[in-house]
Design a protein around this ligand. Structure first.
Ligand code: HC0
Ligand code: SF4
Length: 573
């Protein structure tokens, strides 16, 4: 152990601890911009400087480790002056238009400048604007970039994709797409992790809220909105509602209050997906298609972009089931339109998602049906939803819990846990068990595939069902997925069914979720979904009466010809 003093507080920490972490252990937060634990400890911003007694110059706290008997000051006059000058320099190279920035109020640079009482930008440089394709779901504003390098590191270390790189030297150093490509030409998975780890407004999603406002205003459009499982775990964070208060039913009320016609829960179509995917899996499993093992889940569009770009030969091993979002969209434009007496083209199908890749998924050719447009016409993220509610000055305290609209009112706890890593696998196993054994398992029989923290990013298990061994894995984060696939390809790991989610913790950690600089809330949010599942009366997708009646009235049975036409895809796009 090492003994030292920080701001007159005696501290004992393990050898090798950084000054930043040592201070944090006693509640002393050293200001920083670029630092991200284990991902970015490179002192690029130099905001975290501290004074060490006996040393002439200031040193950075994020990448220097403690030494025995060090006496450190994190807020001496010398430190404060240096920090203020550093932030002034950063502001001189930043487009300080806070009033029109999506990160205003949630920007680490803005907060730091305010905290340091900086009231003027002293030196204003001419900022170079890099061209960007603003139709792409991920938007970068080079004038806001502070070169903290977090995007580079997150994309490289967490997602193994290396989309960003540093370009130029000295004052002209900037971040750009690696390999002189445009963002659309790159292999970006659209996971959005670079956005949720950006401390400022340099990275953001394409804003699609005006498209939705237009549809709401249009007399011909019936606006039908579905809300993804993970959104209920996080939307309250931005509007000051406690997690227990911030229900999906209040989101439904808020949507109706802004003029939406019908509201539904994507957890309903997650149940529908399970019916299709669990049956498809059992077919593949029973037909002993050994070459095609494992079957991979197909609902996470970040993962789909990744597998198509990085391991295209594995695409045939994806489940052919469309994602719950796309299934719901296609049911809305067919069965639902018919039921309410509208033409498919008059249905405007919207999804509120924790995800940017869902914007890309909704636009893929593959989901285009001649008569009805795309399955999903518009995807907005959790952050965009909150912006819309703010714009319409919806008071969260006046919202009430209302039920989703008729025809798709019910959803199971199995559908709700889709939003957390392992959830799709667990939901599928509950139904696969029923199909094989003819009776229900305990609803928590497969809980070992849940993950409570990032750890290895992989949960694996094997189950014996009626003498048949079933080997499964659930992985979250694309870097972890790449590792697992390489192990499978080398023959070191063998599975029958693998769930992949691109983001840490699954959709709850999605790139469209509220941002808390430096804090990963995904696993806390995931616990909320498991809590909702536990208290749900309905915990098996195959017991969802509204799914059953959709089969009785429209699709006949899982994997029927009609189901194949509307609910499946060959991923050839
Ligand atoms: Fe997800 Fe989904 S669980 S991908 O994370 O499968 O985005 O929440 O809506 O479609 O249900 C996201 C979340 C969804 C879909 C569902 C799946
Ligand atoms: Fe990398 Fe994901 Fe950002 Fe794309 S969205 S650049 S894959 S971190």
């Amino acid at each position: 152990m090492v003994n030292l003093t920080i701001d007159n507080v005696k501290i004992e920490v393990a050898e090798g601890t950084t000054i930043m972490q040592a201070a944090k252990s006693k509640g002393i937060e050293i200001p920083h911009l670029c630092y991200l634990k284990d991902l970015n400890e490179i002192a690029a911003c130099r905001v975290c400087v501290v004074e060490v007694e006996g040393k002439g110059k200031l040193i950075t706290a994020c990448n220097n480790v403690v030494e025995e008997d060090m006496v450190i000051f994190t807020n001496s006059p010398k430190v404060m002056l240096d920090r203020m000058r550093t932030v002034q320099m950063i502001l001189s190279q930043h487009d300080c238009k806070c009033a029109t920035c999506v990160r205003s109020g949630n920007c680490s640079l803005q907060k730091l400048s305010n905290d340091l009482n900086i009231q003027d930008v002293l030196y204003e440089e001419n900022l170079e604007h890099q061209a960007w394709d603003n139709s792409f779901p991920l938007i970068r504003d080079s004038k806001k970039c502070i070169k903290c390098m977090r995007c580079i590191q997150v994309c490289d270390k967490m997602q193994s994709l290396n989309i960003w790189e540093l370009e130029g030297t000295g004052a002209r150093t900037t971040v750009n797409i690696s390999g002189s490509r445009t963002i659309a030409e790159s292999d970006c998975s659209l996971c959005g992790q670079c956005i949720t780890h950006c401390p400022v407004g340099a990275l953001k999603e394409r804003d699609d809220t005006s498209k939705l406002w237009e549809a709401i205003a249009s007399e011909d459009k019936v606006v039908v909105v579905q809300v993804a499982p993970a959104v209920r775990t996080s939307w309250g964070e931005e509007i000051g509602l406690e997690i227990k208060e911030a229900t999906v039913n209040k989101i439904f009320d808020a949507l109706k209050k802004i003029g939406v016609d019908y509201v539904f829960d994507t957890a309903y179509s997650a149940d529908l997906t399970i019916m299709e995917e669990a049956n498809e899996f059992l077919d593949r499993f029973n037909n002993n298609e050994l070459d095609e093992r494992p079957m991979f889940t197909s609902c996470c569009p970040g993962w789909l972009r990744f597998i198509k770009g990085q391991f295209p030969h594995l695409v045939p091993q994806l489940s052919t089931a469309k994602s719950p979002m796309q299934m719901f969209g296609s049911v809305m434009k067919t069965y639902f339109a018919e039921k309410i007496g509208k033409k498919p083209e008059n249905i405007y199908s919207v999804a509120v998602m924790p995800c940017l890749a869902k914007k890309g998924e909704s636009e893929m050719e593959l989901f285009y049906e001649e008569y009805a447009g795309h399955d999903t016409d518009c995807v907005i993220t959790t952050r965009e939803l909150v912006r819309m509610l703010r714009a319409a000055h919806i008071n969260s305290n006046t919202l009430e819990d209302i039920e989703p609209d008729k025809l798709f009112e019910k959803s199971s706890g199995a559908g709700v846990i889709f939003g957390a890593t392992g959830g799709v696998m667990e939901a599928a196993l509950r139904t696969a068990y029923y199909t094989i054994m003819g009776e229900n398992c305990s609803p928590d029989a497969f809980e070992v595939v849940r993950a409570e923290s990032q750890d290895t990013g992989v949960s694996e298990a094997s189950f014996n069902l009626n003498g048949v061994e079933l080997r499964v894995a659930a992985v979250n984060g694309l870097g972890n997925a790449r590792k697992l696939i390489e192990e499978i390809e080398r023959g070191e790991k063998k599975y029958d069914f693998v769930e992949v989610m691109a983001c840490p913790g699954g959709c709850v950690g999605g790139g469209g979720q509220p941002i808390h600089d430096g804090d990963e809330l995904a696993f806390e949010r995931g616990k909320n979904l498991y809590f909702l599942d536990k208290k749900s009366e309905l915990r098996y997708s195959h017991e969802n009466e509204d799914v059953k009646s959709l089969y009785e009235n429209y699709f006949d049975k899982p994997n029927s010809h009609k189901a194949h036409m509307l609910l499946h895809t060959d991923h050839n796009s």
